[in-house]
Ligand binder design. Structure first.
Ligand SMILES: [Zn+2]
Length: 425
């Protein structure tokens, strides 16, 4: 994943991966007969129009975390039409679901995120920021593309497994509210992955690849600090204690501490409640922090440092503070046999082939990025039909995936068929 991109900020963390216990022989999967892989690849290519429709439809729904209502209804209906059993509301989360197929044999879980982001409404196909509805949510992380690709791959794989009597089970699951780190830990706690033999996760990116071990991504704790003071009229502020002062002191102290934190950390905050109007001393104020680092021990240290600073800020301002843990995730740790199997498939399908028709958009993007300092001027234009090389990476049970563009650190990222990374859980 490219260095400090928008992508890293959220999804990296989020790819908390559900546990996978590998009892099946992955090298054996990688060695599945080439003819079968070719058959699956051809079938996926044949669904290019469906993939385009799914990617564009989910983009148009533009639903943020926990509000993926139309998205989930739409995607699960397609899966049901194609013979998958859908269970809705898993782990007590209304927009979460699983779609399973098959009996007996190894269980392979296929996941990808589906939530949008607040304030990222974007006109399809525009490589510059151009909201369709100013301030409305949108897909700025490419979460409109992963699940459609997995669905196309799963349907093709299922059909081939049925045709040749190959034993095995597939379970598709969505990363609901991934940007909030809000559901995957609950899935694990609910036992969603307890019978899973291999778990494969796909996320859009500007490169086509896979990896194993420490993937260089970050874990995270999401926590809200609520400061409690005493409200008072601004004309007599000595009667009050400002909870907002507590928040501001905490933020100032954290920013001073930042220089002395490990270079690997990243931390961010937003004030979610800063009071009502200037002439009222705010009795309540809140600030929401993300603490991120490369290993979980460091994430914990950041979290504990944040807690300490919040308490010091409360003391300094005559307020009190409570905190609410909103989510957390460990850094990714990729499975080596799965990554090697995926890489073998990547080699088989090869890199995307750029056509002459692709060149104008690449040139236009190059021009735009040369004149703008922002590393990501385009936000997830929806995809046009996916071409073979990228989609075919989904061949077989060892999956890598691909799709459309988003926050591009490279010109490839607005290419309609630019590939994405597959994360192996
Ligand atoms: Zn993401």
């Amino acid at each position: 994943m490219p260095a400090p991109s928008r992508h890293n900020i959220m999804s990296t963390i989020s790819q908390l991966l559900a546990a996978s216990s590998l009892s099946l022989s992955i090298p054996a999967l990688a060695k599945a007969p080439g003819a079968l892989k070719t058959e699956v690849a051809t079938a996926i290519d044949g669904e290019a129009k469906l993939v385009q429709e799914m990617v564009d439809s989910v983009f148009s729904f533009a639903e943020p975390g926990f509000q993926e209502v139309k998205t989930s209804a739409y995607l699960t209906a397609i899966l049901e039409r194609n013979g998958f059993n859908v269970t809705r509301g898993v782990a007590g989360i209304p927009t979460a679901w699983t779609a399973t197929w098959g009996t007996g044999g190894p269980l392979v879980a296929l996941g990808s995120d589906i939530d949008g982001l607040l304030g990222l409404s974007q006109t399809p196909g525009s490589p510059v920021i151009k909201p369709m509805v100013a301030g409305a949510p949108g897909h700025g992380e490419g979460h409109n593309s992963g699940m459609p690709l997995i669905i196309a791959a799963a349907i093709a794989t299922k059909n081939v497994m049925e045709k040749y009597g190959i034993k095995g089970r597939l379970m598709l699951w969505p990363g609901v509210a991934e940007e909030l780190l809000a559901t995957k830990a609950f899935y694990v706690r609910e036992g969603l992955f307890k019978d899973v033999d291999a778990s494969i996760f796909t996320h859009v990116n500007a490169g086509f690849g896979t990896g194993w071990g420490d993937l260089g991504l970050t874990g995270m704790v999401s926590v809200q600090y609520d400061f409690h003071g005493k409200t008072a009229h601004g004309a007599a502020p000595w009667n009050g204690r400002s909870a907002l002062d507590g928040v501001e002191w905490m933020n100032a102290a954290w920013n001073f501490r930042r220089e002395h934190l490990p270079l690997t950390q990243r931390s961010h905050h937003v004030i979610t409640n800063g009071g009502g109007q200037p002439n009222i001393v705010p009795g309540e104020a809140s600030v929401w922090y993300y603490f991120r680092d490369k290993d979980f021990a460091s994430v914990r240290t950041l979290y504990e440092t944040g807690n300490e600073i919040s308490e010091a800020a409360a003391k300094a301002t005559g307020t009190t503070v409570t905190r609410r843990l909103l989510g957390y995730a460990a850094p990714n740790f990729g499975n080596k046999p799965l990554a090697e199997a995926a890489y073998a498939n990547i080699e088989m399908v090869g890199m995307p082939q750029w056509s002459e028709a692709d060149q104008p958009s690449r040139t236009r993007y190059n021009r735009l990025t040369a004149s703008r300092p922002s590393p990501w001027t385009a936000r997830s234009p929806p995809c046009r039909p996916l071409k073979h090389a990228a989609v075919r990476a989904l061949v077989g049970p060892t999956i890598s995936a691909t799709s459309c563009g988003q926050y591009p650190p490279s010109p490839l990222a607005i290419h309609p068929t630019f590939p994405i990374r597959s994360d192996i859980m």
